[in-house]
Design a protein around this ligand. Sequence first.
Ligand SMILES: [Ca+2]
Ligand SMILES: [Ca+2]
Ligand SMILES: [Ca+2]
Ligand SMILES: [Ca+2]
Length: 417
Amino acid sequence: MGIDRVDVDQIVLQAQFGLGAALTMWQLGIATVGAAQMLFPDGPHGQVFLENFMDQNIIDQVVPVLNYGEASLDDSLDNCDNDGYLDVGETGLLTVRLNNNGLIALSETTAVITSTSDLTLSNGGLIEFAPSVFGQTVEGSVEVTLNSHPGGSPLVQADITFTDANPEVSPVTVPATFTAHVDEVPNQLDTDNVEHGTNVWTASKDQGLVDWFVRVGTSSSPNNAWFVEDTASVLDAFLTTPFFQVNSVGNFSFSFFHRHSFEADGWDGGVIEASTNGTDWVDVGTSAYNGVITTNPESPISERPAFIDDNDSYPAFDQVTLDLGTAWQGQTIQIRFRIGCDSAAGGEGWFLDDISFPTLDTPLFLEQVLESEACLSCYETPAAALDAIYASLGAGNWPTSDSVLTYVSILENVCTE
Ligand SMILES: [Ca+2]
Ligand SMILES: [Ca+2]
Ligand SMILES: [Ca+2]
Ligand SMILES: [Ca+2]
């Protein structure tokens, strides 16, 4: 059965999107068949490509592939302080994302959550996912209540065991930990070690497919670092501080640890910029750069001095300190880390950790402290809060001049012990 030429062009283009460098024929074959399945789910396209690749021995077997994506824990269903962290007495969602990376459609994907932490899980911890085809991510959740917390370490532990029954995928168990039962106190720390979520940063982009995100496993301080991939397609992505005031006395300096491996010969790279209005940005990293971006109209930072290729100590991290003197004294500014990539080929990307602004009068970064409130019961409505006040007076007793009233902030949904 033939396939229209225009369909073939679309499939091949889609398949090559974001595949990166050092590609094997097997990867290209799998990606092409997958792209055909995604673009033409009801057509013969995927099967035609698959048979041709198998005839050529480029693809030798087709098996279902289900991969772990990520998991998160929040306090979205019934919370005391609405801070995104599951505190004792709160109920939220434990959400799991799985990726179908095989050429076979999956229709009975499940995960079971088990934990040694003191949690109550809905549905026995079972999550049932929607059917998926190649390249799709499926997401599912269970309701979680945190009943108690041992203190000490601000972590909740869970094991995520996922599988598919049709067709059969062998179960895989992934351990996960989540920060829980904490409060965030702003403007406490000079250094962000990237171990506590996204802290104060904003990740955004003008062009491209990916953003900076907190990645586990490759870092300067264990276990997390910010990371952005050097994609094989045009990318202009930023990791930006909030506005902050530069110290009005002395030099302004900041430092960070980073590891980078960009597409060789300066086609892709990274720069550091500052702005007083969030719109107009000037480069502030020149003294630390190791090269210049190759001339290429596709690149958002073409011909600019930049971090290129690998850092000196790669794959270890190097520390960079930038002393910007007194030029920014007293001004309110933002700093951003910017990756610029052209298309055609990519590289590993850029890791950033232990970012420190030690000269500021007011520290930039927040600190997580163990939750001090015992959030054992929450008022879901203002009426419930009023009922609680009346109840505190004793049944049938209206307030008198010597009544002792307990004040409850109904706006902040405050809890009692
Ligand atoms: Ca909370
Ligand atoms: Ca909290
Ligand atoms: Ca770290
Ligand atoms: Ca490139």
